[in-house]
Design a protein around this ligand. Structure first.
Ligand SMILES: N[C@@H](CCC(=O)N[C@@H](CS)C(=O)NCC(=O)O)C(=O)O
Length: 202
């Protein structure tokens, strides 16, 4: 299977990290966002939204949305389980995924889009909005720190998709100057532990 991806972007990274944890081999096709290759007619024919990632299945059909891709792969490759082994664990993993997508990932992308030089001239930037979103991200770091003080991983005792969503989002804060500080020791411990997994380099 082929994955249209970009090495710097957090959404395709979610899928690469997930696939690495599962041992699923994907043929990576790099799409250069900086060169606007994702807006070229050839790529828009694959995903009219002009977004990454896109999975191309063995039958040639395509699937977009990083979480839909991972959930589809999970059904084909149930082990090792990353979405929850029973109803209760699945609910907890999904609760964290939904929360983190809204309260961590999206605000982190807003900070990048509205305050970073990369997007200057590419989109209309509203720096004040970016700074407000920076505060939202910091608040979610503090909430994650509190949650992780009581358990090793985001959704409980073991590594799941919730950790992939959290890790790729926190890591994507770096270009915008967002950092996990010493005042958040549980978050820092978790961030370093997850960053040490081979899948973090995928
Ligand atoms: N909800 C989508 C988000 C996809 C998305 O926004 N991808 C970004 C990279 S992280 C993208 O392709 N951005 C191109 C652009 O904004 O022009 C997913 O999870 O796959």
């Amino acid at each position: 299977m082929k994955l249209y991806t970009n090495r710097y972007a957090p959404s395709p990274r979610r899928v690469r990290m997930y696939a690495a944890e599962k041992g699923i081999a994907l043929e990576l096709v790099e799409v250069d966002i900086a060169a606007r290759a994702h807006q070229a007619p050839e790529f828009l024919a694959i995903n009219p939204l002009g977004e990454l990632p896109v999975l191309v299945r063995e039958d040639g059909s395509t699937l977009t949305e990083s979480l839909a891709i991972c959930r589809w792969l999970e059904e084909q490759h149930p082990e090792p389980d990353l979405f929850g082994r029973d109803a209760l664990e699945r609910a907890e993993v999904n609760r964290w995924i939904d929360r983190l997508m809204f309260r961590l990932y999206v605000p982190t992308t807003h900070v990048f889009r509205h305050t970073h030089a990369f997007w200057a001239g590419r989109v209309t930037q509203l720096p004040a909005w970016g700074e407000l979103e920076r505060e939202a991200v910091r608040a979610e770091y503090a909430a994650l720190d509190a949650a992780l003080a009581g358990r090793p991983f985001v959704a409980g005792a073991r590594f799941t998709m919730a950790d992939i969503v959290a890790y790729t989002s926190v890591d994507f804060g770096k270009p915008s100057g967002l950092r996990v500080g010493a005042e958040q020791p549980a978050l820092r411990r978790w961030y370093e532990a997850v960053g040490g997994r081979p899948s973090a380099r995928a």
